[in-house]
Write a protein that binds this ligand. Structure first.
Ligand SMILES: NC(=O)c1ccc[n+]([C@@H]2O[C@H](COP(=O)([O-])OP(=O)(O)OC[C@H]3O[C@@H](n4cnc5c(N)ncnc54)[C@H](OP(=O)(O)O)[C@@H]3O)[C@@H](O)[C@H]2O)c1
Length: 425
């Protein structure tokens, strides 16, 4: 993807006239609106959002987003959650949103606890209303394929979406981009690795970029056991560095999460899969690196605290100060090649990405089914890749279009359920 800003051919930089730079480093800047961000979109002209909607507000990303909203002094006007009634009502009491959504099964309990000025719209329709609320930014953090509909709705309504729901890019990335471009919607990445790439690419020419590098913590089983067949859900849910929701935590333990992120990066930045590398970095301090043709490597570092990528996704290119201690610059940073023999899910994600079309959607559905079966005690941890491989083989890849998504997702789930039974027996 060649991103240019009227000939300057720089990614996301704001032109700077050195002659105007003072000794203190303060400089007069060209208005942000004249140049593009690393995804080829105009930078926002209005600074950090004043009004925010949150999809998946009671989850790990959702709760941290509300802390960031507090940092920014932003109003939270719409919240979508699932079944966590107490969590949602506590957020309503704190932020007084005009609109909330929840799972239909808990709607009566939520309604009973709402103040008069808060409107409730349950279910997928409610999530879509939250996604299209009159706000400056929508943070999308409903996990899985089910999070896609509200991402699409927000972009189709021309909203800025700070995207945590990586599955939206994996399952339908090209369609999501088309929707955004057609309606003037804007995307920024929340995933820490993609936020890291986004930051490392600011001011760079795409012509100079060789590869994008995502770091992986390696998960709880990086150093063992050699035999992964007896791993329990409790062990897999104990992530060494990040506190996240259950699905993404299990996916980190199989390295499937990194596979999703490779596909996400490829679609988000429009870079071929072969130019996306993965490196294991147990300290989770370096989130991403960009290799340049001149041999230089640029890294983005930060504490493993998701509030920071959420903040950048909302406020970029501004960098508001935060109430956190500075990152200590002591200790060791280590990097290893991933072990694809023990963690074949990563290689399977590259394979699905290479096949293209609906193959990543099929792989994602297979993993959602496999992880659910593993957590329920119906599938061994080391059998998860088998389920993915069998499902990929059973459901041929088709061309991607909004019309086929639900059908192919359903076919993949059914094939994956059969694979779980076959592998488990
Ligand atoms: N957590 C992280 O650090 C992290 C980092 C990078 C990317 N991500 C990505 O961000 C997304 C969210 O992850 P998470 O860890 O925050 O997940 P999580 O902790 O499991 O939270 C999921 C949230 O979505 C809500 N939800 C679930 N189904 C819903 C539906 N059908 N309609 C409306 N709301 C629904 C849940 O509601 P209830 O709890 O009320 O049921 C909860 O608020 C995932 O795609 C993940 O891969 C997460």
């Amino acid at each position: 993807m060649a991103v240019t800003d009227g000939g300057a051919a720089r990614v996301g930089s704001r032109a700077c006239d050195d002659a105007r730079m003072s000794r203190r480093g303060t400089r007069d800047r060209t208005p942000a609106s004249t140049l593009l961000d690393p995804l080829g979109q105009p930078w926002p002209e209005t600074g950090p959002p004043r009004r925010i909607a949150v999809l998946g507000s009671t989850g790990s990303i959702g709760r941290q987003t509300l802390e960031v909203a507090d940092w920014l002094g932003a109003e939270v006007t719409a919240l979508a959650a699932g079944r966590d009634v107490d969590g949602l009502l506590a957020q309503v009491e704190r932020f007084r949103p005009a609109l909330v959504s929840c799972a239909p099964e808990v709607a009566d309990r939520v309604r009973a606890g709402l103040p008069v000025h808060t409107r409730l719209v349950p279910g997928a329709e409610g999530a879509r209303e939250v996604a299209t609320a009159d706000v400056d930014s929508v943070v999308a953090a409903i996990p899985g394929f089910r999070g896609l509909g509200s991402v699409r709705a927000a972009l189709a309504a021309g909203r800025h979406v700070a995207l945590a729901t990586k599955e939206a890019m994996v399952c339908a990335g090209p369609l999501v981009w088309r929707e955004a471009r057609a309606a003037g919607g804007r995307l920024t990445p929340v995933d820490s690795e993609h936020a890291g790439l986004y930051q490392a690419l600011v001011g760079e020419a795409w012509e100079g970029v060789a590869t994008l590098v995502l770091t992986a913590s390696g998960g709880p089983f990086r150093e063992g056991p050699a035999d992964l067949s007896r791993v329990t859900p409790e062990q897999a849910l104990r992530h060494p560095t990040w506190q996240m929701g259950p699905k993404v935590t299990i996916d980190s333990a199989t390295l499937f999460n990194k596979g999703l992120e490779v596909i996400e990066a490829s679609v988000l930045f429009d870079v071929e899969l072969e130019r996306i590398e993965v490196v294991v970095h147990p300290e989770s301090i370096v989130h991403a690196l960009v290799r340049f043709h001149d041999g230089s490597v640029k890294a983005q570092l930060g504490p493993h605290d998701m509030r920071l990528p959420i903040l950048y996704a909302l406020a970029a290119p501004e960098r508001p100060s935060v109430p956190l201690a500075p990152l200590p610059l002591t200790g060791t940073l280590s990097f290893f090649a991933p072990d694809l023999g023990r963690f074949p899910c990563l290689a399977l994600a590259y394979e699905a990405g290479r096949r293209g079309g609906t193959a990543p959607l099929v792989l994602n559905a297979a993993d959602e089914v496999a992880v659910e079966a593993f957590v329920a005690g119906r599938l061994r941890f080391d059998a998860i890749p088998d389920v993915l491989e069998r499902t990929l083989a059973a459901v041929p890849a088709a061309d991607l279009s909004w019309d086929v998504l639900d059908e192919i997702d359903a076919a993949a789930r059914s094939a994956a359920a059969e694979a779980v039974t076959a592998v488990a027996s």
